[in-house]
Design a protein around this ligand. Structure first.
Ligand code: 3H9
Length: 693
C-alpha cells in the first residue's frame, strides 16, 4: 500500500502520510510525497494543501534504519525543497511528535498548525547526527540562532505552546486537527505561500557561538556531531541559504558515516529491542499495580520510592525502626525538593506525589499492596528473613521483588511459599535518576510477573532489561571482571588517577577508582567476604580489600582510593595509597612497570567483552544488545560506542580475540582464556550483534 495519499476536500488538497508506527520518512514515503505534491500542484480545483499524518504521530524523523544502507532517491532535502516550492500555500498539521526530518518537512511547509499536546524538536544530536534536511538553516530563520542552537545541541523537544512563542509554528489548537487545518488552509489561500528560506537570519554576536562552543567542550567532550551543528548554525548567519544547506549536507554525511553515530544508533535500537522477551507478547496477562511498598529506607529505598511516586503509584516505605523511617521519609522529600530546585518538577507536582506517600511502621501494613520492592542490606540471611515475613503478610498475587545487586534470586524466593511471584528488580543508584532497571527472572518466576515488571519499567521511564539469575546478573557480573583488571593494573604500577583519566578520556562517565569511592569500598568488600567462589589469587581485589580494612571507605569517610578535603567530592591523589600499593606489590612479588594507555583500555574493556560473551553463552542475556543496554544505562559506558559488545563488533571480533589470546599467554588462562563464543565468532568472522534473537 502506498504510504502517502492525496484527497481533495473542496478547495484544499489533503496529503496524508500513513506509515506506522511513527510515520518515519522511509524511501516510499519520500517518493509518495513528491508524487502527491506534484499531483496537488497540478490539480486546478485545489488552492491550498494540508500535510497531515495518520496514526499516533506526525513524522518522527528520517527512517533511522536506512542510515546503514546506501542513500536512495529522492533525498530528504530535495523533498523538503519540493514542498516549499509549491505554488499554493501548504499547511503542516502536526500532532504527536514532529521530530528531526519530520520537523524539517514541517519547516518546508508554508504554515504550521499544531495540536496543543504535540512536541517538536531536532533530536539528531542524540544519534550522532545533525539535522540534514535544511533544519540547521531553517530553524535559525524561524526562532533565532540562540534558540536554534539550544534545541539542536540538546536535542530536546519543545511543547507546542513553547514552539508558538518561539515562532516555530503559527497556531496551536485543542480541537480536531483535520477540520482546523482545512479551515486554516482556506484562510491562507489569500496571503499565499510564505517560505522560510526567504527569511533573514537575525545576526548575533560572536559571543553566542563562543559560549556554545565552550558548552560543547564541557558537556559533549569528544563528541563529533555537536561541533558540526555549531558550524552549520554559524553558516546560517555567514552564508546564503543554499550554501548553508550544501555545507549541512556534507556535515550530515560525515556524521552519518562516523563510528559515533553508528554506536548511538545501535544504542537506540538496542533499548527498544530489550523490551522483546521470548514468551512474552501483547497477549501475555499482566498484574495490576497501583500500590507499592518499599522496604528499606536507605538511599536506595528512598530513591526507588521517589521514582515510583513520580510515576503515579501509591507508595509505602518501611524500615526496621522509627529513626530509619523518619530519615527515609526526609530523604524522599529532599529528593523531590531537589527536583523542584532544579526546575525538573513543579511544587504542585511534588505535593501531588507526596500525597501518595506513606510510611508503614510495620510489616502488617503491607497486607494489601500490589508490589513490594525490598531494598534492605545486601545480605542473604536478612533478605530471606524479610521475604519469609512478606510471604506471611502479603496478599496472594502480590509481586515480591528484591533489589539485590548480586545475590541468588532463587534462594531468596525459596524463603517464600510462592517463588512464582518473586523477581529481581535491580535499580541503580540514584534510583530516581538512573535509567536502567535490571529485571532478574528466577527459575520459577511466572511469565505474567515478568511481563508486569517490563510494564513497570516503562511506567517508571526506565529501560527494563531482562537477565537470568547468576552472581551479579549481567551488570555486576561483568563489573567484577572490569574491576579485577583495574585492581591488577594498580598493583602492576598504574596509579588510580592515571587509570581513571585514561578510561574517562576513552569515554567512561567515571573511572573505576572514583566510582569505588563514590559507591563505598565497604560495599564491595562485604559482598566479597560473603562469596565462596572467588579466585584463589592473593592479588584479586587486594588493594580495595586493604583500603576497606583500613576504614578507607571512599567519599563517605573522606579517604578511599583518593582523599577528599572539606567535604568536597573532588578526588585528590593520595601519596599514602601509592605507597600502600607499592609495598603490597612488592610483598606479593608483582613487578611494577610503566603501563601504556592502550593496555589499560584493552585490559579493562576486553575483560568486559569476554565476560559479556560468557553471559551470552550461559543464557543469562537473550541477546548481545541487552548487555550493551545494561552497560550504557547503568555503568556509564560511552553511549556513542554503543556498549561493550557493539564496541567489540566495531573493533572487529577477530582483533579482540587476537588480543585476548595475547593476554592469555602473557597473564595466564585463569582470567584470559577466551570464551568459546568469542573464539567461534572470530573464526567465522561473525559479530555479537548477529547472535541471539
Ligand atoms: C533524522 O531525522 C535525520 C534528518 O535530519 C535528516 C535526514 C537526511 N526511524 O520509541 P518507540 C521505531 S534522524 C525508524 O518504542 P515511543 C522504533 O524503533 C531521526 N524507526 O515509541 C520502534 O520500533 P519497534 C530523528 C523508528 O512512542 C517504534 O518505532 N528522529 C524511528 O516510546 C516505536 O518507537 C528521532 O530521533 C525512526 N525515526 O516513542 C526520533 N522512530 O516497535 C526517534 C521510532 O519495532 N524516535 N522508530 O521496536 C523517538 O524518539 C521515539 O520513537 C518517538 C516515539 C518519540 C517518536
Amino acid at each position: 500500500m502506498n504510504p502517502v495519499s492525496l484527497k481533495r476536500h473542496g478547495a484544499v488538497s489533503v496529503i496524508t502520510i500513513d506509515n506506522p508506527p511513527v510515520n518515519a520518512l522511509s524511501q516510499p514515503v519520500r517518493e509518495g510525497l513528491i508524487d502527491c505534491f506534484d499531483a496537488a500542484e497540478a490539480d486546478r480545483a485545489s488552492s491550498a494543501v494540508v500535510l497531515i499524518c495518520a496514526g499516533r504521530t506526525f513524522i518522527a524523523g528520517a527512517d533511522i534504519r536506512e542510515f546503514d544502507c546506501p542513500p536512495e532517491e529522492p533525498h530528504l532535502p530535495d523533498v523538503v525543497s519540493r514542498i516549499e516550492a509549491t505554488a499554493k500555500p501548504v499547511v503542516a498539521a502536526i500532532h504527536g511528535t514532529a521530530l528531526g526530518g519530520g520537523l524539517e518537512v514541517a519547516m518546508g511547509c508554508h504554515y504550521r498548525l499544531a495540536d496543543r499536546d504535540s512536541t517538536l524538536g531536532l533530536p539528531e544530536v542524540k544519534l550522532g547526527l545533525l539535522p540534514g534536511a535544511s533544519g540547521t538553516q531553517r530553524l535559525p530563520r524561524l526562532v533565532g540562532v540562540e534558540r536554534a542552537l539550544e534545541m539542536m545541541l540538546s536535542g530536546e523537544p519543545v511543547t507546542a505552546d513553547a514552539a508558538l512563542d518561539a515562532g516555530l509554528i503559527d497556531k496551536v489548537t485543542a480541537k480536531d486537527l483535520l477540520p482546523e487545518a482545512l479551515s486554516y488552509a482556506r484562510e491562507v489561500i489569500k496571503p499565499g505561500p510564505r517560505r522560510v528560506r526567504d527569511l533573514a537570519v537575525v545576526p548575533v554576536s560572536d559571543a553566542v557561538f563562543a559560549t556554545a562552543r565552550k558548552r560543547i567542550a564541557e558537556k559533549a567532550r569528544g563528541l563529533f556531531s555537536p561541533e558540526r551543528i555549531l558550524r552549520a548554525a554559524e553558516l546560517s548567519v555567514q552564508a546564503g541559504f543554499d550554501d548553508g544547506v550544501a555545507a549541512e549536507r556534507r556535515f550530515f554525511q560525515e556524521c552519518r558515516e562516523s563510528p559515533q553515530s553508528q554506536g548511538l544508533r545501535h544504542a537506540f535500537f538496542a533499548e527498544r529491542n530489550a523490551a522483546r522477551v521470548p514468551g512474552i507478547d501483547k497477549e501475555t496477562p499482566v498484574r495490576k499495580i497501583e500500590s507499592i511498598a518499599v522496604i528499606g529506607a536507605g538511599t536506595m529505598g528512598a530513591g526507588i520510592a521517589c521514582n515510583c511516586l513520580t510515576a503515579g503509584f501509591r507508595v509505602r516505605l518501611l524500615d526496621k525502626d522509627e529513626a530509619g523511617l523518619l530519615r527515609g521519609a526526609a530523604t524522599v522529600r529532599n529528593l523531590f525538593e531537589g527536583g523542584v530546585a532544579r526546575g525538573k518538577i513543579t511544587e504542585r507536582e511534588m505535593e501531588a506525589s507526596l500525597q501518595r506517600f506513606q510510611t508503614a511502621p510495620d510489616f502488617s501494613d503491607l497486607s494489601d499492596v500490589d508490589l513490594v520492592i525490598e531494598a534492605v542490606f545486601e545480605n542473604m540471611a536478612i533478605k530471606k528473613e524479610v521475604f519469609a515475613r512478606l510471604d506471611h503478610v502479603c496478599r496472594q498475587g502480590a509481586i515480591l521483588a528484591t533489589n539485590t545487586s548480586t545475590l541468588d534470586v532463587d534462594e531468596i524466593a525459596q524463603a517464600t511459599s510462592r517463588p512464582q511471584d518473586v523477581i529481581g528488580l535491580h535499580f541503580f543508584s540514584p534510583a530516581h535518576v538512573m535509567r536502567l532497571l535490571e529485571i532478574v527472572r528466577g527459575a520459577r518466576t511466572s511469565v505474567d510477573v515478568l511481563a508486569t515488571a517490563l510494564n513497570l519499567a516503562r511506567k517508571l521511564r526506565k529501560v527494563g532489561v531482562v537477565a537470568g539469575n547468576c552472581f551479579g546478573f549481567v551488570g555486576n557480573r561483568m563489573l567484577y571482571s572490569y574491576g579485577r583488571e583495574n585492581q591488577l593494573l594498580l598493583l602492576e604500577g598504574a596509579a588510580p588517577e592515571y587509570i581513571d583519566r585514561v578510561l574517562t578520556d576513552w569515554g567512561m562517565a567515571m573511572g573505576p577508582n572514583a566510582v569505588g569511592d563514590l559507591a563505598g569500598l565497604d560495599v564491595g568488600y562485604k559482598v566479597r567476604q560473603e562469596r565462596k567462589d572467588l579466585p584463589d589469587d592473593p592479588r584479586f581485589y587486594r588493594i580495595a580489600d586493604m583500603l576497606a580494612e583500613l576504614g578507607r571507605f571512599g567519599q563517605k569517610t573522606g579517604q578511599g582510593m583518593y582523599r577528599y578535603v572539606d567535604g568536597s567530592r573532588e578526588p585528590l591523589p593520595d601519596p599514602e595509597v601509592k605507597t600502600l600499593i607499592r609495598d603490597e606489590a612488592r610483598r606479593l612479588g608483582v613487578p611494577q612497570r610503566a603501563i601504556s594507555e592502550t593496555e589499560i583500555i584493552e585490559r579493562c574493556i576486553y575483560a568486559l567483552v569476554t565476560e559479556g560473551a560468557r553471559v551470552l553463552e550461559d543464557g543469562i542475556s537473550h541477546r548481545a544488545s541487552d548487555i550493551d543496554v545494561v552497560w550504557v544505562n547503568g555503568y556509564g559506558f560511552p553511549r556513542h560506542r554503543g556498549g561493550p559488545l557493539n564496541f567489540a563488533d566495531t573493533t572487529g571480533v577477530k582483533e579482540v580475540y587476537r588480543t585476548v589470546r595475547k593476554f592469555e599467554q602473557r597473564f595466564g588462562p585463569e582470567y584470559w582464556r577466551p570464551p568459546e563464543l568469542l573464539r567461534k565468532l572470530a573464526e567465522e568472522n561473525g559479530r555479537f550483534g548477529d547472535i541471539g534473537l
